[in-house]
Design a protein around this ligand. Structure first.
Ligand code: AQP
Length: 327
């Protein structure tokens, strides 16, 4: 049976980029194959952090994912550090991965260029990611576009390890990314990827007032200076969000109003805020009921981790055996 795996860092609030690029797909796919969704807290400690904040963010992330529609009856939702085998397999994969391949990763190049001192965790991040996926021998990984290059490295690692240690050459499958139509959502500045660490996000659980306070000043078509200028929807981040949240009729109307200067950008954003509400209200409602019943969260994470530990143990038994660690 096919296996699906994907992860998310508890490095800040779950935002609409995560939702549209990955989590919406997780919800749609759960139950179509054995599905594993992981809150990757070992990844999140690569940047400086407060331990008490990590605890709280991990919980908030689990709550957001369940509110978004993950169903513990149809998938395993768990916290990475509850399954220690992730780091053991990552160590093993370190030994089959040339440093040059890690240094070529775009995300490493971007992030390391912004830091004075780069820790080894940042360089090795894609190795831990390969271990996350391959520990469950998953073949399908629903992610946003920013993760495609890392996934390619996971495929190389699987291939290399299989060639070196597995007579049954497909012990680890080569995992493939699965993208949504909204594979890359830009931040409110319109110029960089929406990302927790950049703080240019709209949180999935924010109130309508908080969302409007962010949408109102958000970047649109940079060449549209006055309300009377016609705009170009194809370069406007708000139009991209319309395509994600509004009905096809509304999207067509938005494009027509924009290109004829019928609407100003604020008019267009008000319609977007309305479309977002339609999708976000049920998510907020589920989040409120989970807050009122925290045992549901604890139970989901505990049963997810238990199932994953059993699978991970089995994979590691096969790995150790093939690598000469057993008698
Ligand atoms: N802007 C985005 N558009 C589409 N998909 C996105 N994803 C993240 N941002 C976007 C996808 O969400 C999943 C979880 O990724 P993550 O935890 O790395 O998300 P992040 O918000 O990007 O996190 P950070 O902590 O801020 O990391 P950096 O700074 O590395 O971006 C993934 O499937 C991702 O593709």
């Amino acid at each position: 049976m096919a296996r699906i795996f994907s992860g998310i860092q508890p490095s800040g609030e779950l935002h609409i980029g995560n939702y549209l690029g990955a989590v919406k797909n997780w919800v749609a796919l759960q139950g179509t194959a054995e599905s594993f969704f992981c809150i990757v807290d070992y990844h999140a400690i690569i940047a400086a952090y407060e331990p008490s904040q990590l605890r709280q963010r991990r919980r908030e992330m689990a709550l957001g994912l369940l509110a978004a529609g993950l169903d513990p009856e149809r998938c395993s939702l768990f916290v990475q550090s509850d399954v220690p085998d992730h780091t053991e397999l990552a160590w093993i994969f370190n030994t089959v991965t040339p440093v040059g391949e890690l240094e070529r990763q775009t995300q490493f190049k971007d992030k390391s260029a912004r830091q004075e001192s780069v820790n080894a965790g940042l360089l090795n991040y894609p190795i831990l990611q390969a271990a996350d996926i391959l520990l469950y021998r998953a073949d399908t990984v629903p992610v946003g576009e920013d993760q495609v290059q890392h996934l390619e490295l996971s495929r190389v690692i699987a291939r290399r390890w299989n060639a070196q240690f597995a007579a049954d050459a497909d012990f680890f499958p080569e995992p493939r990314p699965l993208l949504t139509p909204t594979r890359r959502i830009m931040g409110l500045d319109g110029s960089s990827k929406m990302s927790k660490s950049t703080g240019n996000t709209i949180g999935l659980l924010e109130t309508p007032e908080e969302i409007w306070a962010k949408l109102r000043p958000a970047m649109t078509d940079p060449a549209r200076l006055r309300k009377t200028d016609p705009g170009n929807p194809d370069v406007c981040n708000i139009y991209t969000l319309h395509k994600a949240f509004s009905s096809p009729d509304t999207v067509a109307h938005v494009a027509q109003q924009c290109t004829t200067a019928g609407w100003g950008c604020v008019d267009c954003k008000k319609v977007l805020a309305g479309s977002m509400e339609t999708e976000l209200v049920p998510i907020r409602t589920r989040a409120a009921s989970l807050r009122a019943n925290p045992a549901l969260l604890d139970d989901a994470l505990a049963s997810g981790a238990e199932k994953c530990r059993a699978i991970a143990k089995e994979t590691m038994r096969g790995v150790r055996e093939r690598m000469g660690f057993t008698a």
